[in-house]
Design a protein around this ligand. Structure first.
Ligand code: IMP
Length: 232
């Protein structure tokens, strides 16, 4: 093939011994038919967020501090880190890796608890699904991980159940503490941030099971959420 002077120069490997040959080939653009362009716009989850309350970097820094503190306090206590699903899965995952140096014998587990009757309003009842061998927690020091403490009903119910089951100590570590609506006398032992009285999503927290994957904690645009108690 006779190449024109304007064709692009490419390098092609032509043998297994690795010799490189300079050749002139037609560009792909002239060989292929034009591809139809699509007009649909990709969904941008961040566009649903009205404002960010706690940035990703700020959360990271706080968790690093909390992790080191817990690592020091539990260094010789062979703790069980117990995440409350689903909301605390991101926080728990980051926090255990920030526990440096890792306490000897640290183990990790999860349990399921739900207290919300509707998407945004607490029902006042806590449903617990425990999928762990209760013998495993007898005499152990437990760090209970929560995404957010609001009324305090969830942590107080779980904490009581664990102590009744023979845990030696149970301390609560929550990413967010929203204490305007507290009805229980239990207070978290470790708090990431004090949270204003707003319905928040992200970093594990959801609205109708969505928005858990946001890397920060924020507030949704009012038009997307039906939250009578937060309506202004
Ligand atoms: P409490 O039992 O009232 O303390 O509620 C704690 C649980 O309610 C948390 O584990 C969350 O699942 C949920 N929750 C409370 N406030 C919020 C919020 O602002 N966003 C998302 N979930 C929340």
């Amino acid at each position: 093939m006779k190449a024109s002077a304007t064709m692009p120069v490419t390098h092609r490997r032509v043998s297994s011994v690795g010799k490189t040959q300079v050749s002139r080939v037609r560009s792909r653009a002239v060989q292929t038919a034009p591809v139809a362009t699509t007009t649909s716009v990709a969904y941008d989850i961040h566009g649903d967020v009205d404002k960010i309350l706690f940035e990703e970097e700020k959360i990271k820094q706080r968790i690093s501090v909390l992790g080191k503190q817990l690592a020091a306090e539990y260094a010789d206590k062979t703790p069980i880190v117990l995440g409350i699903l689903k909301g605390s899965f991101v926080f728990t995952s980051d926090l255990v890796r920030a526990m440096v140096p890792c306490p000897k014998g640290l183990t990790l587990n999860f349990l399921r608890a739900s207290s919300y009757g509707s998407a945004t309003k607490s029902s006042g009842h806590v449903k617990l699904t425990v999928d762990i061998n209760l013998d495993d927690i007898k005499g152990r020091n437990i760090i209970l991980m929560e995404d957010i403490v609001e009324t305090g009903l969830t942590i107080s119910t779980v904490k009581k159940a664990l102590l009744v089951s023979g845990a030696k100590t149970v301390k609560v570590c929550t990413l967010l503490n929203k204490n305007n609506n507290r009805v229980s006398r239990y207070e978290p032992d470790y708090v990431g941030f004090e949270c204003p009285d707003e319905f928040v999503v992200g970093y594990g927290l959801d609205y109708e099971d969505q928005y858990r994957s946001l890397p920060y904690v924020g507030v949704l645009k009012p038009s997307l959420v039906n939250i009578p108690e937060f309506a202004s």
